[in-house]
Structure formats: structure tokens, C-alpha cells
Design a protein around this ligand. Structure first.
Ligand SMILES: NC(=O)CC[C@H](N)C(=O)O
Length: 309
């Protein structure tokens, strides 16, 4: 089955979804993202046997945005342990948009899960490091290990653009500080979070992270363990229940692959015993998911019967 999905097959799929590149809109609430080109489409698959195929504008780099929430969660869990993290952030899907503040007002006033902004901000706050740069530096080192690529950094323009306009995320942080879910400086946590979201990758690097998760947290080339197996499982479970925002239910039905999207228009998918799939297409639907990303993953899942359900 794996051998069928060659680079040519991927190119054909991309051509099939290209007409949808202008359905939806690129994110504009982070000013720097509004300059993304809707025609920059790319896809990569990294199999757990180390073999990789890719198609489209694979050299284009994009920011992780909400996909970074999976990686920061893994690091925060490794730093603090499950009890500490889940005392402060819940495990339940919300069905609300990713930046919603609504449920924070309900008892207990902790974010319902780490894949919505409130939960992710709390998770970033928990990453060990005395300064925002130390936290981000640790996160980048972790990503270098996950991808075996130490060239990955963050896009300063995107980070600054979000930092200067993230009033809703500031509100979430202040609310959580009032309720002792986060500690320390709100501005510093937001600084770390916006840099985390601005970490830049291409589809091949992202697919490799998916492959590592699919491989239970072990690097696919060296076999070295980077994430404890049970923590990789927790990350993938959140991807299923909350990874596609308030479209996670329909995505589970239509595609059925653990996945996390980001408002840059990227999607990271991870399928046990198969590998990682990364798609980039910056036009977003009304929920903030890549239109092309959803179409491509749905085609792939149906064609190769990849749903885990
Ligand atoms: N859904 C997303 O990708 C959101 C990430 C973005 N940086 C934000 O916090 O608003």
C-alpha cells in the first residue's frame, strides 16, 4: 500500500485540490500571515520506515501556529509530569472556537484542553526556563531533536506581529493569572507563546515530527527515544479529540487520522504504523482549518482506508 503513494501520486492529488486554493481566506488577524500566498500548496509523507515522498511547494516555510501546541504539550509533560499539567489544564474537547474565552468562566476555571489557546498559553507558561527566550530556546532544541534538523528557528516578523495584536490571548492569560493557573508575567508568557507559534518549518520537517509520534516517540532513523511512549500517546489522543478545533468531530468522521492544524494553513497528521503526513495550503475555512489540507487528507484517508476507526 505504501509503495503506491509516490511523489507522482501526491502531485496528482495536489492538482486535484488546487481549484480549492482560493476557497476560504488566509488568516488576517495576525497581520503578517495575511501576506501568505494561497497558491503555495505542499504535501509530504514521512513513513516510519524512514522513506519520504513530497510534492508541491515543499521549500516554502510556514509558521507552526497551533500545531506548536502539540509539541509544547509534549515538552511541558516531560518537564512537569502529567499530574502537574493536568491539574491546570483539562482533557475535554470544547466544541468552541480555539480562541474562545467563554468556558474559562465556568467552574473549574481552568482551560478545558491544551489545544485551545487558553490551554496552550497555560502549557507554554509551564515549560521550564527563567525567561521567554530560555523557554523558546528549549522548545527549539526539542524540535531540532524531533526533526533531526538544527536549522529550524522562529520567524521574528510573525512573532512580533502576533505579539502586538494578541489582545484576546492577553485577556485569556490575565484571566488565568487571576485564577492561579498561570504564574509570572503575562507579557513574558505571551512573548514565549507568540515565538513558539512563529516557529517555521516546511512540510518535510513537519511530516517527520508526525512520523516520530507515529513511531511512539522514537526517532525513525536512529530509533532513539525522544518522547516517552505514553506521552506521545497523550499528544495523539488530543489530536483526535481537539486537534482540528471545533471541527474535530467531523474530521474524525471524514478522515479519522490524529491531526493538528494551525492558522498558517498547515496540518500535521500522525498515523501509527504508517508515519507522518504534513499539508500546507494557507486558505482557511471558517473554523480556521486549511481548506486544501482537509480535502487532501480526506482523499488520502478514503483512498487508502487510513481511518483509525
Ligand atoms: N489556531 C491557531 O493556529 C492559533 C495560533 C495563533 N498563534 C493564536 O494564538 O491565535
Amino acid at each position: 500500500m505504501i509503495k503506491e503513494i509516490t511523489a507522482n501520486v501526491l502531485e496528482d492529488w495536489l492538482d486535484n485540490v488546487r481549484p480549492f486554493a482560493y476557497d476560504g481566506q488566509v488568516a488576517n488577524y495576525i497581520p503578517a500571515l495575511s501576506r501568505s500566498n494561497p497558491e503555495d500548496l505542499a504535501v509530504a509523507i514521512h513513513y516510519i520506515d524512514g522513506h519520504a515522498v513530497e510534492a508541491g511547494e515543499t521549500e516554502v516555510r510556514f509558521t507552526l501556529q497551533s500545531i506548536s501546541k502539540v509539541i509544547s504539550l509534549a515538552l511541558a509533560l516531560m518537564d512537569n509530569g502529567e499530574n502537574y499539567v493536568f491539574d491546570r489544564v483539562g482533557m475535554e474537547p470544547t466544541g468552541d472556537p480555539f480562541h474562545s474565552i467563554y468556558r474559562l468562566e465556568q467552574i473549574p476555571s481552568k482551560p478545558l484542553n491544551p489545544m485551545i489557546n487558553a490551554g496552550a498559553l497555560a502549557v507554554t507558561n509551564m515549560i521550564h526556563g527563567d525567561t521567554p527566550d530560555e523557554k523558546v530556546g528549549r522548545l527549539l532544541s526539542f524540535i531540532h531533536e524531533l526533526t533531526d534538523d538544527s536549522t529550524i528557528g522562529y520567524n521574528e516578523e510573525v512573532a512580533t506581529s502576533e505579539f502586538e495584536s494578541a489582545f484576546l490571548n492577553r485577556s485569556l492569560l490575565y484571566y488565568m493569572k487571576q485564577h492561579q493557573i498561570v504564574t509570572g508575567s503575562v507579557e513574558e508568557t505571551l512573548d514565549a507563546y507568540t515565538k513558539q507559534c512563529a516557529i517555521e518549518v516546511n512540510v518535510c520537517q513537519l511530516a517527520r515530527i508526525g512520523a516520530l509520534l507515529a513511531n511512539g516517540g522514537k526517532d525513525i532513523q536512529s530509533g532513539r527515544r525522544i518522547i516517552p511512549r505514553h506521552l506521545a500517546r497523550i499528544c495523539k489522543t488530543f489530536m483526535v479529540t481537539c486537534g482540528m478545533y471545533d471541527a474535530s468531530g467531523s474530521f474524525a468522521i471524514k478522515v479519522g487520522i490524529p491531526a493538528k492544524s494551525g492558522v498558517s494553513g498547515s496540518v500535521l497528521a500522525s498515523l501509527n504504523d504508517f508515519g507522518g503526513i504534513a499539508v500546507y495550503g494557507p486558505s482557511l475555512d471558517e473554523k480556521g482549518n486549511s481548506v486544501v489540507g482537509l480535502k487532501l487528507l480526506e482523499t488520502l484517508s478514503n483512498r487508502y482506508d487510513l481511518s483509525i476507526f
